[in-house]
Design a protein around this ligand. Sequence first.
Ligand code: XMP
Length: 319
Amino acid sequence: DWTMAAYRETKVAQIREQVGDGKVICGLSGGVDSSVAAILIHEAIGDQLTCVFVDHGLLRLNEREQVESLFRDHYNIPLVVVDAEDRFMAGLAGETDPEKKRKFIGGEFIAVFEEEAARIGGADFLAQGTLYPDVIESVSFTGGPSVTIKSHHNVGGLPERMNMQLVEPLRELFKDEVRELGRELGLNDLFVGRHPFPGPGLAIRIPGEVTKERCDILRKADAIYLDEIRKAGLYDAIWQAFAVLLPVKTVGVMGDYRTYDNVCGLRAVTSTDGMTADVYPFDAHFLTGCATRIVNEVQGINRVVYDYTSKPPGTIEWE
Ligand code: XMP
Protein backbone atom coordinates (compact mmCIF):
# COMPACT_ATOMS: atom_id res chain seq x y z
CA ASP A 1 0.00 0.00 0.00
CA TRP A 2 1.58 3.27 -1.12
CA THR A 3 0.17 5.38 1.74
CA MET A 4 1.61 3.16 4.44
CA ALA A 5 4.90 2.92 2.61
CA ALA A 6 5.00 6.72 2.56
CA TYR A 7 4.02 6.91 6.22
CA ARG A 8 6.83 4.53 7.06
CA GLU A 9 9.39 6.68 5.22
CA THR A 10 8.18 9.88 6.84
CA LYS A 11 8.20 8.40 10.32
CA VAL A 12 11.64 6.86 9.94
CA ALA A 13 13.01 10.29 8.99
CA GLN A 14 11.19 11.96 11.90
CA ILE A 15 12.43 9.43 14.41
CA ARG A 16 16.03 9.88 13.22
CA GLU A 17 15.70 13.62 13.55
CA GLN A 18 14.11 13.45 17.01
CA VAL A 19 16.48 10.91 18.47
CA GLY A 20 19.78 11.95 16.92
CA ASP A 21 22.40 9.71 18.47
CA GLY A 22 20.41 9.26 21.70
CA LYS A 23 19.37 5.99 23.26
CA VAL A 24 15.80 4.73 23.18
CA ILE A 25 14.17 2.16 25.42
CA CYS A 26 10.87 0.52 24.53
CA GLY A 27 8.65 -1.64 26.70
CA LEU A 28 7.19 -4.48 24.68
CA SER A 29 3.89 -5.99 25.74
CA GLY A 30 3.68 -8.69 23.10
CA GLY A 31 0.83 -6.76 21.52
CA VAL A 32 0.62 -5.29 18.06
CA ASP A 33 1.06 -1.62 18.99
CA SER A 34 4.30 -1.77 20.95
CA SER A 35 5.71 -4.30 18.48
CA VAL A 36 5.01 -2.13 15.44
CA ALA A 37 6.41 0.92 17.21
CA ALA A 38 9.59 -0.96 18.12
CA ILE A 39 10.15 -2.36 14.64
CA LEU A 40 9.65 1.05 13.05
CA ILE A 41 12.04 2.70 15.50
CA HIS A 42 14.60 -0.04 14.98
CA GLU A 43 14.42 0.57 11.25
CA ALA A 44 15.16 4.24 11.91
CA ILE A 45 17.92 4.04 14.51
CA GLY A 46 19.05 0.41 14.71
CA ASP A 47 20.78 -0.64 17.87
CA GLN A 48 20.30 2.69 19.59
CA LEU A 49 17.02 1.00 20.53
CA THR A 50 16.74 -1.54 23.33
CA CYS A 51 13.47 -3.35 23.94
CA VAL A 52 12.44 -4.60 27.36
CA PHE A 53 9.85 -7.31 27.82
CA VAL A 54 8.67 -7.88 31.38
CA ASP A 55 7.43 -11.39 31.98
CA HIS A 56 5.16 -10.81 34.96
CA GLY A 57 3.85 -14.36 34.91
CA LEU A 58 0.46 -13.08 33.73
CA LEU A 59 1.01 -13.82 30.05
CA ARG A 60 -0.77 -16.25 27.80
CA LEU A 61 0.64 -19.64 26.87
CA ASN A 62 3.95 -19.35 24.95
CA GLU A 63 3.65 -15.58 24.64
CA ARG A 64 7.13 -14.84 25.95
CA GLU A 65 8.72 -17.36 23.58
CA GLN A 66 6.86 -15.81 20.64
CA VAL A 67 8.12 -12.33 21.49
CA GLU A 68 11.67 -13.60 21.94
CA SER A 69 11.76 -15.38 18.63
CA LEU A 70 10.14 -12.52 16.73
CA PHE A 71 12.40 -9.78 18.09
CA ARG A 72 15.70 -11.53 18.66
CA ASP A 73 15.72 -14.09 15.89
CA HIS A 74 13.57 -12.60 13.18
CA TYR A 75 14.20 -8.84 13.48
CA ASN A 76 17.54 -8.94 15.33
CA ILE A 77 16.38 -6.25 17.72
CA PRO A 78 18.22 -6.04 21.05
CA LEU A 79 15.80 -7.45 23.60
CA VAL A 80 16.01 -7.75 27.36
CA VAL A 81 13.57 -10.25 28.83
CA VAL A 82 13.00 -9.83 32.55
CA ASP A 83 11.78 -12.82 34.47
CA ALA A 84 9.71 -11.08 37.13
CA GLU A 85 7.11 -13.76 37.80
CA ASP A 86 8.16 -14.38 41.39
CA ARG A 87 7.99 -10.79 42.48
CA PHE A 88 4.63 -10.22 40.83
CA MET A 89 3.16 -13.36 42.38
CA ALA A 90 4.56 -12.40 45.77
CA GLY A 91 2.99 -8.96 45.53
CA LEU A 92 -0.36 -10.33 44.38
CA ALA A 93 -0.54 -12.95 47.13
CA GLY A 94 -3.65 -12.52 49.24
CA GLU A 95 -4.96 -9.58 47.19
CA THR A 96 -8.52 -9.87 45.90
CA ASP A 97 -9.50 -6.23 45.30
CA PRO A 98 -9.55 -5.51 41.52
CA GLU A 99 -8.25 -1.95 41.78
CA LYS A 100 -5.49 -2.90 44.20
CA LYS A 101 -4.44 -5.70 41.87
CA ARG A 102 -4.32 -3.27 38.95
CA LYS A 103 -2.42 -0.63 40.91
CA PHE A 104 0.13 -3.10 42.19
CA ILE A 105 0.79 -4.50 38.73
CA GLY A 106 1.12 -1.03 37.18
CA GLY A 107 3.50 0.15 39.92
CA GLU A 108 5.59 -2.99 39.91
CA PHE A 109 5.84 -2.88 36.13
CA ILE A 110 7.29 0.62 36.33
CA ALA A 111 9.73 -0.46 39.05
CA VAL A 112 11.00 -3.39 36.98
CA PHE A 113 11.25 -1.23 33.90
CA GLU A 114 13.25 1.46 35.72
CA GLU A 115 15.67 -1.12 37.08
CA GLU A 116 16.29 -2.49 33.60
CA ALA A 117 16.74 0.97 32.13
CA ALA A 118 19.35 1.68 34.80
CA ARG A 119 21.07 -1.63 34.08
CA ILE A 120 21.61 -0.74 30.43
CA GLY A 121 22.98 2.63 31.46
CA GLY A 122 19.81 4.68 31.06
CA ALA A 123 18.16 6.06 27.96
CA ASP A 124 17.23 9.47 26.60
CA PHE A 125 13.92 8.44 25.10
CA LEU A 126 11.02 6.18 25.98
CA ALA A 127 9.18 4.64 23.02
CA GLN A 128 5.49 3.88 23.30
CA GLY A 129 2.91 2.42 20.95
CA THR A 130 0.33 5.06 21.79
CA LEU A 131 -2.47 5.21 19.21
CA TYR A 132 -4.79 8.04 18.30
CA PRO A 133 -7.72 6.62 20.30
CA ASP A 134 -5.43 6.41 23.36
CA VAL A 135 -4.65 10.08 22.92
CA ILE A 136 -8.28 11.19 22.71
CA GLU A 137 -9.58 8.78 25.32
CA SER A 138 -6.83 9.18 27.84
CA VAL A 139 -9.15 11.04 30.20
CA SER A 140 -11.55 8.16 30.53
CA PHE A 141 -11.06 5.02 28.56
CA THR A 142 -13.75 2.80 29.95
CA GLY A 143 -16.54 4.72 31.46
CA GLY A 144 -18.33 7.97 32.10
CA PRO A 145 -16.57 11.30 32.11
CA SER A 146 -15.51 11.56 35.74
CA VAL A 147 -15.65 8.10 37.25
CA THR A 148 -12.68 5.77 37.19
CA ILE A 149 -14.12 2.42 36.22
CA LYS A 150 -10.73 0.78 36.05
CA SER A 151 -7.22 2.10 36.52
CA HIS A 152 -5.54 1.48 33.23
CA HIS A 153 -2.16 -0.06 33.15
CA ASN A 154 0.20 1.98 31.05
CA VAL A 155 3.51 3.67 31.49
CA GLY A 156 2.08 7.17 31.88
CA GLY A 157 4.09 8.99 34.52
CA LEU A 158 7.17 7.00 33.64
CA PRO A 159 8.79 9.53 31.28
CA GLU A 160 8.71 12.36 33.85
CA ARG A 161 10.05 10.14 36.61
CA MET A 162 12.87 8.90 34.45
CA ASN A 163 13.50 12.21 32.77
CA MET A 164 13.01 10.81 29.28
CA GLN A 165 11.32 12.23 26.22
CA LEU A 166 8.62 10.24 24.47
CA VAL A 167 8.89 8.71 21.03
CA GLU A 168 5.39 7.82 19.87
CA PRO A 169 5.40 7.11 16.13
CA LEU A 170 1.85 5.70 16.05
CA ARG A 171 0.08 8.67 17.63
CA GLU A 172 -1.84 9.54 14.45
CA LEU A 173 -3.00 6.02 13.70
CA PHE A 174 -6.06 3.92 14.40
CA LYS A 175 -5.81 0.23 15.19
CA ASP A 176 -6.54 -0.95 11.65
CA GLU A 177 -3.86 1.41 10.31
CA VAL A 178 -1.32 0.08 12.79
CA ARG A 179 -2.08 -3.40 11.53
CA GLU A 180 -1.52 -2.21 7.97
CA LEU A 181 1.77 -0.59 8.96
CA GLY A 182 2.75 -3.81 10.69
CA ARG A 183 2.19 -5.74 7.46
CA GLU A 184 4.17 -3.09 5.61
CA LEU A 185 7.04 -3.77 8.06
CA GLY A 186 6.88 -7.48 7.36
CA LEU A 187 4.81 -8.78 10.27
CA ASN A 188 2.61 -11.66 9.26
CA ASP A 189 -1.19 -11.60 9.29
CA LEU A 190 -1.35 -13.92 12.27
CA PHE A 191 0.63 -11.47 14.36
CA VAL A 192 -0.95 -8.19 13.23
CA GLY A 193 -4.42 -9.67 13.62
CA ARG A 194 -3.89 -10.58 17.27
CA HIS A 195 -6.62 -9.64 19.70
CA PRO A 196 -5.79 -6.87 22.18
CA PHE A 197 -4.42 -8.04 25.52
CA PRO A 198 -4.56 -5.88 28.65
CA GLY A 199 -1.41 -4.74 30.46
CA PRO A 200 -2.41 -6.42 33.77
CA GLY A 201 -2.75 -9.64 31.79
CA LEU A 202 -4.36 -12.70 33.26
CA ALA A 203 -4.61 -11.06 36.70
CA ILE A 204 -7.81 -9.29 35.67
CA ARG A 205 -9.20 -12.55 34.28
CA ILE A 206 -8.78 -14.30 37.61
CA PRO A 207 -11.27 -12.66 39.98
CA GLY A 208 -10.07 -13.15 43.54
CA GLU A 209 -6.52 -14.10 44.45
CA VAL A 210 -4.01 -14.63 41.65
CA THR A 211 -1.53 -17.47 42.09
CA LYS A 212 0.89 -19.12 39.68
CA GLU A 213 -1.19 -22.28 39.90
CA ARG A 214 -4.37 -20.44 38.89
CA CYS A 215 -2.53 -18.66 36.06
CA ASP A 216 -1.34 -22.04 34.78
CA ILE A 217 -4.88 -23.45 34.81
CA LEU A 218 -6.25 -20.40 33.02
CA ARG A 219 -3.46 -20.43 30.40
CA LYS A 220 -4.41 -23.96 29.39
CA ALA A 221 -8.13 -23.26 29.13
CA ASP A 222 -7.53 -20.02 27.23
CA ALA A 223 -5.24 -21.75 24.73
CA ILE A 224 -7.84 -24.45 24.02
CA TYR A 225 -10.60 -21.88 23.55
CA LEU A 226 -8.50 -19.83 21.12
CA ASP A 227 -7.40 -22.96 19.30
CA GLU A 228 -11.05 -23.88 18.74
CA ILE A 229 -11.84 -20.35 17.59
CA ARG A 230 -8.99 -20.39 15.09
CA LYS A 231 -9.91 -23.84 13.82
CA ALA A 232 -13.49 -22.68 13.27
CA GLY A 233 -12.16 -19.71 11.26
CA LEU A 234 -13.76 -17.22 13.66
CA TYR A 235 -10.72 -15.48 15.11
CA ASP A 236 -10.77 -12.45 12.80
CA ALA A 237 -14.50 -11.89 13.23
CA ILE A 238 -13.98 -11.38 16.98
CA TRP A 239 -12.49 -8.33 18.70
CA GLN A 240 -11.40 -10.25 21.79
CA ALA A 241 -11.94 -13.77 23.04
CA PHE A 242 -10.55 -15.17 26.28
CA ALA A 243 -11.21 -17.43 29.21
CA VAL A 244 -11.59 -16.36 32.83
CA LEU A 245 -11.09 -18.46 35.93
CA LEU A 246 -13.72 -17.94 38.59
CA PRO A 247 -13.13 -18.14 42.34
CA VAL A 248 -15.98 -20.62 42.59
CA LYS A 249 -15.84 -24.38 42.94
CA THR A 250 -18.70 -26.60 41.90
CA VAL A 251 -19.43 -30.30 42.03
CA GLY A 252 -19.13 -32.46 38.94
CA VAL A 253 -18.72 -36.07 37.91
CA MET A 254 -15.95 -37.64 35.85
CA GLY A 255 -16.40 -41.35 35.19
CA ASP A 256 -17.27 -42.84 38.56
CA TYR A 257 -15.79 -40.00 40.54
CA ARG A 258 -17.14 -36.88 42.13
CA THR A 259 -15.11 -33.78 41.28
CA TYR A 260 -15.03 -30.45 43.08
CA ASP A 261 -13.24 -27.90 40.92
CA ASN A 262 -13.12 -24.41 39.45
CA VAL A 263 -15.54 -22.80 37.01
CA CYS A 264 -14.15 -21.35 33.78
CA GLY A 265 -15.96 -18.52 31.99
CA LEU A 266 -15.63 -17.89 28.25
CA ARG A 267 -15.99 -14.43 26.73
CA ALA A 268 -16.00 -13.25 23.14
CA VAL A 269 -17.05 -9.83 21.88
CA THR A 270 -17.16 -7.79 18.73
CA SER A 271 -16.22 -4.12 18.93
CA THR A 272 -14.61 -1.38 16.89
CA ASP A 273 -12.74 0.41 19.65
CA GLY A 274 -13.29 -1.44 22.92
CA MET A 275 -15.57 1.33 24.22
CA THR A 276 -18.72 -0.64 23.55
CA ALA A 277 -18.99 -4.30 22.71
CA ASP A 278 -21.49 -6.93 21.63
CA VAL A 279 -21.45 -10.56 22.62
CA TYR A 280 -20.22 -12.82 19.84
CA PRO A 281 -23.09 -15.20 18.99
CA PHE A 282 -21.37 -18.58 18.77
CA ASP A 283 -23.62 -21.46 17.96
CA ALA A 284 -24.32 -23.83 20.83
CA HIS A 285 -22.49 -26.68 19.17
CA PHE A 286 -19.26 -24.69 19.09
CA LEU A 287 -19.51 -23.75 22.75
CA THR A 288 -20.30 -27.26 23.94
CA GLY A 289 -17.27 -28.45 21.99
CA CYS A 290 -15.06 -25.93 23.81
CA ALA A 291 -16.56 -26.84 27.18
CA THR A 292 -15.98 -30.54 26.63
CA ARG A 293 -12.37 -30.05 25.61
CA ILE A 294 -11.58 -27.70 28.49
CA VAL A 295 -13.09 -29.97 31.15
CA ASN A 296 -11.41 -33.04 29.67
CA GLU A 297 -7.99 -31.49 29.12
CA VAL A 298 -7.54 -29.00 31.95
CA GLN A 299 -7.06 -30.35 35.40
CA GLY A 300 -8.67 -27.97 37.89
CA ILE A 301 -11.71 -27.04 35.79
CA ASN A 302 -14.92 -29.07 35.82
CA ARG A 303 -17.50 -26.59 34.54
CA VAL A 304 -17.61 -23.97 31.75
CA VAL A 305 -20.03 -21.05 31.34
CA TYR A 306 -20.43 -18.43 28.59
CA ASP A 307 -20.67 -14.71 29.33
CA TYR A 308 -23.70 -13.16 27.56
CA THR A 309 -23.17 -9.59 28.76
CA SER A 310 -22.61 -6.76 26.30
CA LYS A 311 -20.69 -3.56 27.14
CA PRO A 312 -22.30 -1.60 28.63
CA PRO A 313 -23.42 -2.70 31.18
CA GLY A 314 -20.59 -5.24 31.43
CA THR A 315 -16.99 -4.33 30.73
CA ILE A 316 -14.99 -6.55 28.38
CA GLU A 317 -12.57 -7.75 31.06
CA TRP A 318 -13.97 -9.10 34.30
CA GLU A 319 -12.04 -6.74 36.55
P1 XMP B 1 -12.84 -3.00 29.53
O1 XMP B 1 -12.65 -4.22 30.38
O2 XMP B 1 -12.56 -1.75 30.27
O3 XMP B 1 -11.72 -3.10 28.41
O4 XMP B 1 -14.16 -2.98 28.83
C1 XMP B 1 -11.71 -2.32 27.23
C2 XMP B 1 -10.47 -2.70 26.44
O5 XMP B 1 -9.30 -2.30 27.14
C3 XMP B 1 -8.49 -3.41 27.45
N1 XMP B 1 -7.95 -3.17 28.78
C4 XMP B 1 -6.70 -2.73 29.02
N2 XMP B 1 -5.68 -2.48 28.17
N3 XMP B 1 -4.35 -1.89 30.01
C5 XMP B 1 -4.48 -2.08 28.69
O6 XMP B 1 -3.54 -1.88 27.96
C6 XMP B 1 -5.32 -2.10 30.91
O7 XMP B 1 -5.15 -1.91 32.10
C7 XMP B 1 -6.56 -2.56 30.38
N4 XMP B 1 -7.75 -2.90 30.96
C8 XMP B 1 -8.57 -3.27 29.96
C9 XMP B 1 -9.40 -4.61 27.39
O8 XMP B 1 -8.67 -5.81 27.14
C10 XMP B 1 -10.31 -4.21 26.26
O9 XMP B 1 -9.71 -4.42 25.01
